[in-house]
Design a protein around this ligand. Sequence first.
Ligand SMILES: [Zn+2]
Ligand SMILES: [Zn+2]
Length: 329
Amino acid sequence: MSDTPQNPESARWHYHPEGPVGLNPLFNWPPRPSAVLKWYSGAWLQITALTLCLALAVTAYALFFPSLENTQSFAPGWMFRIWLLNMVPQILIAGGLHWWLYMRKGQGMYKKFDRRDLTRDNGTFTFRNQVLDNIWWTLGSAMTVATVYQWIIYWAMANGYVPTVTWSGAPVWFVVWMVFIPMWSGLHFYWVHRLEHHPKLYKYVHAVHHRNVNTGPWSGISNHWYENLLYFTTYFIHLIVPSHPLHVLFHASFQQISPVLSHSGFEKLKAGDTDAARAGDFFHQLHHRYFECNYGTSEIPFDKWFGTYHDGSAEATTRTRAYKKQMYT
Ligand SMILES: [Zn+2]
Ligand SMILES: [Zn+2]
């Protein structure tokens, strides 16, 4: 199931997905329309980070979002509500997955990439505990920065300082922009992340996220303050590109919740005997193990274009280690 004898990399993992780690075929030449269709139907037509985040955004908008008239001036009521809209799903999903996968051990080691459990009693982590460290940097730091940026965007939208759209006014644009948000997010993430791997920024800032060589759901956006200040600038695209609050909610959900799944450490979530949802992302799991590879996401293959793509093979590990050595000497 998990072990491919031809690939010595398999021995380094508990579960090692077979074959090279997939990249979005949209950028392949010559074009491969059926592969592209399969890639996108795999992302949008089953339970994945994308569909979960869209469902969360629609629910948040329909049931809890304060109307834009309320956000014209900074007032505690709506601002508190936006903070809750960030905090509650984060706590429920990261907390729920952590409970199920690591406390209850609901699916045992099924499709768990790393053999190890999360770390306790280790001075690398704040509070000497990986999970408490990750909870602090997520709920304390990341949620605060994300919330403040969203306050600014809703306030600017409500006052007409930035272009906005409505469903009835531009339904096609509404959908197209929604579908492109993950791609924008991936593009922004690659460049910000690349910058953070500059040795100086890495040492003081990004190392907080990389304390997690073996990741769990709470590791997703467990970032230093400065990293969060940079990471969440992705939202400011809504000050330029005509958007609706639902776009911002989806973007926020995608930016905050999908890393919970991608860092969960398990490739699939099992319900009964079947794989019910896609969760962990081996592409990024390799980044946490080997550092100087896979800076982006599999959505836009920047790493392939710039020679830092780790496809999950032992050769790629050897190459990454050599690159890391010359980078830091
Ligand atoms: Zn990194
Ligand atoms: Zn990460």
